[in-house]
Design a protein around this ligand. Structure first.
Ligand code: PPS
Length: 235
C-alpha cells in the first residue's frame, strides 16, 4: 500500500543496474529513473520526454506490480480539461495513470486487438492502486458505452464537461492550428459553424460534440447496467 505522496520505492535491477524510484508527483512517468547503468536508449528517451507505452514495456518495474485493466476511465469530453483532470488525479498515490490516450474502445482496429492488448497499454501498478486512462473520444463514439460495459460493468466513468460554446471554440482553435501547421486552408469559425442564413451547422463535428445530450442519452441507457454510475457521477 502506498501511504503518502512522498513514499518512495527503490530498486536496483541486476541486469541494467538501473536505479528506479516511484515518484507519484512525476508528470509523465509512472517511474522516474536515475543514476547508474542506464542504457543510451533510456537516457535519450528520458531527455526527449518520450514516454510511450512501447518504451514502458521495456522499462524495469517492481516485482509486485502488474499491468491491470483500468478500474476508472475519463470518457470525455474533448477539450473539457481531461488532461488536467487526469494529472490532478494522478498526484494521488493510489492512482496510476496511462500516459497516452489509448483509444481502445473508439478505434475498431485497436478494439479488435482484444483486452489483453489493452491491458498491456496500462502502467504497472500495485494491487491497491487504481489504474486510470483517458480518451475523450469515448464519450462521442457510438459503440463505446456497450464495449466498456462488456469489459467491466462496474468500472468508474468520469465525464468532465465545459461550457459548450467555449468548448466548441477551443475545439475549432485546435483543429485550425493543426491545419495551419500542415499549411492547409483554415476556414473561418463563422464559415464552418454557421450556415449563410445564420443557423448553426450541427453537422460540423465540433458543434455536435458540444451537444452533450446527443451522447448523454446514449450513455444513460447503460446507467442501469453500470452499478457504480450514480446520478451525480454521471454528470
Ligand atoms: N483547470 C482547468 N480549468 C479549466 N480549463 C482547463 C483546466 N485545465 C485545462 N483546461 C483547458 O482544457 C482544455 C484542454 O482540454 P483537454 O485536456 O480535455 O483537451 S484534449 O481533448 O485532450 O485535447 C484547454 O482549453 P483551451 O485553452 O481552450 O485550449 C485547457 O486550457
Amino acid at each position: 500500500m502506498i501511504r503518502s505522496i512522498d513514499f518512495e520505492l527503490r530498486m536496483r535491477t541486476k541486469r541494467s543496474k538501473t536505479f528506479c524510484r516511484y515518484d507519484s508527483t512525476a508528470n509523465n512517468e509512472e517511474f522516474s529513473t536515475e543514476k547508474v547503468g542506464r542504457d543510451k536508449r533510456e537516457d535519450s528517451a528520458i531527455k526527449s520526454g518520450y514516454t510511450s507505452n512501447k518504451y514502458h514495456q521495456k522499462r524495469p518495474h517492481f516485482s509486485k506490480t502488474h499491468r491491470r485493466l483500468p478500474q476508472c476511465i475519463i470518457i470525455g469530453v474533448r477539450k473539457g480539461g481531461t488532461r488536467a483532470l487526469l494529472e490532478f488525479l494522478n498526484i494521488h498515490p493510489a492512482v496510476q495513470k496511462a500516459s497516452d490516450e489509448v483509444h481502445f474502445f473508439d478505434d475498431d482496429s485497436k478494439y479488435e486487438m482484444g483486452l489483453e492488448w489493452y491491458r498491456r497499454q496500462m502502467p504497472y501498478s500495485f494491487p491497491e492502486q487504481v489504474t486510470i486512462e483517458k480518451s475523450p473520444a469515448y464519450f462521442v463514439t457510438e459503440s463505446t458505452p456497450y464495449r466498456i460495459h462488456a469489459m467491466n460493468s462496474s468500472v468508474k466513468l468520469i465525464l468532465i464537461v465545459r461550457d459548450p460554446v467555449t468548448r466548441l471554440i477551443s475545439d475549432y482553435a485546435q483543429l485550425a492550428e493543426n491545419k495551419a501547421k500542415k499549411e492547409r486552408r483554415v476556414a473561418s469559425f463563422e464559415e464552418v459553424v454557421l450556415f449563410p442564413d445564420g443557423s448553426v451547422n450541427t453537422n460540423y463535428k465540433p458543434v455536435r460534440t458540444s451537444i452533450y445530450s446527443l451522447y448523454y442519452t446514449r450513455w444513460i441507457q447503460h446507467v442501469d447496467k453500470y452499478a457504480t454510475l450514480d446520478e451525480n457521477g454521471s454528470r
